[in-house]
Design a protein around this ligand. Structure first.
Ligand code: ATP
Length: 299
């Protein structure tokens, strides 16, 4: 049987608003999610048992890995006794708000559907994905989407032309997602003003493909607790603006920050100007239409 190699796109949040707390304990979100070309590569090789291989020091090579959990879920739900070797070539910065683990898990779901000939529809894949984590359904399909509920009630959005951006992450800063949401819930949610963030303007800006309007409408509620607690993230965001980004925002619960540029040329300039600081990891990026895509077939 053949092996599969899949490209698993990371994401940024162009908009993230926390509307409240749900009875199930999750937060009610209003998000605009966007796939970017910063991607991991996941290779699936038929095997007798389940194993995972990733050389990144922060990525677990066992059942704690989201990609492992994805394979295990498919095995359990469809009664599959075959195993799989999962090889992850990590490029998406880990624990950065760019959904690296979610993208890997999405790639495993899409890949095993093909490799094990399960015939699952995209809706079925997204339903499985939702059992593993709230960003995973988006990572399966990718592109530009509105995410409501836990972030997994998705509606595709059209983006008339790609956005060009630079993504940077302070190397030493780790933000706990649970802490960020918990702090927002305690300190900020009770004082939230219903009309503070302008989601409608973001949707209008996206459909018009107006980069300046998109930049002005960027919003992330999680910046409120995270920026004061992690001055390196706040400084990075400011550095983007000082270096000519037309808008800058932390992605998800950080610690990655992205800076939007007017076009590819300006993004390259921004990328050059952001260099020279060994404390950050930096990537020149653009938006992409898909989440998981098949790379090639190897035997
Ligand atoms: P999100 O944007 O969905 O909140 P993230 O980008 O903040 O995700 P990840 O890179 O997915 O975070 O990693 C978060 C933690 O999950 C890591 O510290 C790591 O230990 C664990 N993890 C499990 N599986 C993976 C994986 N395949 N890739 C990266 N991290 C993983």
């Amino acid at each position: 049987m053949n092996s599969l190699r899949l490209r698993a796109a990371g994401k940024i949040n162009l908009f993230l608003e926390i509307l409240g707390v749900r009875p199930d304990g999750y937060h009610d979100l209003y998000m605009v999610l966007q796939s970017i070309d910063l991607a991991d590569f996941v290779t699936l090789k038929p095997a007798n048992s389940l194993s995972i291989h990733c050389t990144h020091p922060l990525v677990p090579n066992d059942s704690r890995n989201l990609a492992w959990k994805a394979a295990e879920l498919i095995q359990k739900v469809y009664g599959i006794t075959q195993g799989i070797e999962i090889w992850i070539d990590k490029h998406i910065p880990v624990a950065s708000g760019l959904a690296g683990g979610s993208a890997d898990a999405a790639a495993v779901l899409v890949g095993l559907n093909q490799l094990w000939d399960l015939g699952l529809t995209q809706i079925q894949l997204q339903e499985l994905a939702g059992q593993l984590g709230s960003d995973i359904p988006f990572c399966v399909v990718g592109g530009t989407a509105l995410g409501l509920g836990r972030g997994d009630e998705l509606t595709a959005l059209a983006l008339p032309k790609p956005l060009h951006l630079v993504v940077a992450k302070p190397k030493e800063v780790q933000v706990s997602t649970a802490w960020a949401y918990g702090t927002y819930r305690e300190k900020y949610l009770p004082h939230r003003l219903a009309d503070r963030a302008n989601a409608k303007e973001m949707l209008a800006a996206l459909s018009a493909g107006d980069v300046h309007r998109i930049a002005a409408a960027l919003h992330n509620d999680l910046e409120a607790p995270i920026l004061p607690a992690h001055p390196e993230v706040a400084a990075l965001r400011e550095r983007f603006m000082d270096n000519g980004a037309i808008g800058a925002m932390m992605s998800g619960s950080g610690s990655a920050v992205f800076g939007l540029a007017l076009n590819r040329f300006e993004a390259e300039n921004l990328f050059e100007r952001m260099q020279g600081d060994g404390q950050i990891e930096i990537h020149l990026c653009h938006t992409v239409l898909g989440g998981v895509t098949l790379e090639d077939l190897a035997s």
